[in-house]
Design a protein around this ligand. Structure first.
Ligand code: TXA
Ligand code: MG
Length: 316
């Protein structure tokens, strides 16, 4: 059984496993990651194999803080400002990679940029401190599927493949980090995530455009089928049709669904984000013909929630 409670002793063993080139799953504040030593090409290859992830899709490297990050990438004034404002936290920065970074080429898919983030989760931070190495970690799901927010989800996705799955309770935020590219002249939003666009714009002092999905600069991962349950989704639903399950939001959920989960009865977007992926998984297992999803407001965290729902709905 690879799932173990994230005790001090278990974290020490996980750090040793990473040092021996094994892969381990661990909680972050966003979703569970599947980690490998980012300087060990062999270990990183195991992550791609476990996820069946295309090799053109680069990984995020996790570091304790800005000082550690500077060994792997160059930070201009804008990048530094963003790291200081949001780290540790759910913001990944895509930056020019240092030539002597020591990071395996597979991590960055051969690009001259690297995605870095300092996670704000005690288990992830303790693992980084014990491992004393940068940890490349994509979400711990098979490629194209819903990200795991609980250790049991990781086990359902990957079984015995990770050497260990550190169980650190459900992830508090529940949607992946926001990815911002700071490698060109102006910052671009490469992936919507748990830091709302407005919060980043407030620090920058100007608008943060979303990268065109077809542009070469876009996150390669954004071009793929993503966040897909097996059951079709019907978005913007205000009623429930025969045989449908309901993913509700807010106080006015319609009755009559074969299964029903409310992301937030009070209409709180943070609560909804934290519940999103686990709720999609549960409704996917309900045997419903389709999942009707009520409208979610398109501001703050609603932008990232709607992004994930649109990708899930489009995936078939
Ligand atoms: O919250 C998160 O970010 C989680 C936790 C585990 O930290 N990780 C995560 O990783 O979501 P992953 O691999 O599922 O998503 C990484 C995203 C992908 O869209 C990838 O294409 C993009 O970051 N990315 C990574 N390196 C990049 C680079 N050099 N240039 C552009 N996009 C990059
Ligand atoms: Mg992912």
């Amino acid at each position: 059984m690879p799932v173990v409670p994230a005790t001090e002793e278990a974290i020490t063993r996980a750090a040793q496993a990473l040092a021996h080139g094994e892969i381990v799953a661990f909680p972050t504040e966003t979703v569970y990651g599947l980690g490998a030593d980012a300087r060990d090409a062999h270990a990183v290859a195991k992550v791609f194999a476990a996820k069946e992830r295309p090799r053109f899709n680069p990984l995020i490297v996790h570091v304790p803080d800005l000082a550690a990050a500077e060994a792997y990438a160059t930070f201009d004034a804008t990048a530094r400002k963003l790291a200081e404002a949001f780290w540790p936290g759910p913001l990944s920065l895509v930056l020019p990679k240092r030539a002597n970074s020591g990071i395996a080429d597979l991590v960055t898919a051969g690009l001259d940029t690297i995605a870095l983030r300092a996670p704000n989760h005690s288990v992830a931070q303790r693992l980084l401190a014990e491992a004393k190495r940068p940890i490349a970690a994509p979400s711990a799901n098979r490629s194209g599927r819903v990200s795991p927010t609980m250790a049991a989800h990781v086990e359902a996705e990957l079984g015995e493949v990770p050497a260990m799955i550190l169980d650190g309770a459900p992830c508090p935020l529940g949607i992946e980090s926001t990815v911002v590219g700071v490698a060109g002249d102006t910052p671009v939003l490469l992936r919507l995530g748990t830091v709302p666009r407005e919060a980043i714009e407030a620090v920058l002092g100007h608008a943060l455009p979303l990268a065109n999905e077809n542009a070469a600069i876009a996150s390669p991962g954004q071009l793929e089928r993503h966040y897909a349950p097996n059951t079709p989704l019907r978005l913007g639903a205000t009623d429930v049709r025969t045989g449908e399950a309901l993913l509700a939001f807010g106080p006015n959920a319609p009755q009559g669904a074969v299964a029903s989960i409310n992301l937030s009865a009070s209409g709180d977007l943070e609560e909804a984000a934290a519940n999103l992926f686990a709720s999609l998984r549960r409704l996917d297992e309900s045997g419903a013909m389709a999942i009707a999803v009520m409208p979610i407001p398109e501001h703050a965290l609603g932008e990232a929630i709607n992004d994930r729902l649109r990708r899930a709905a489009k995936a078939r």
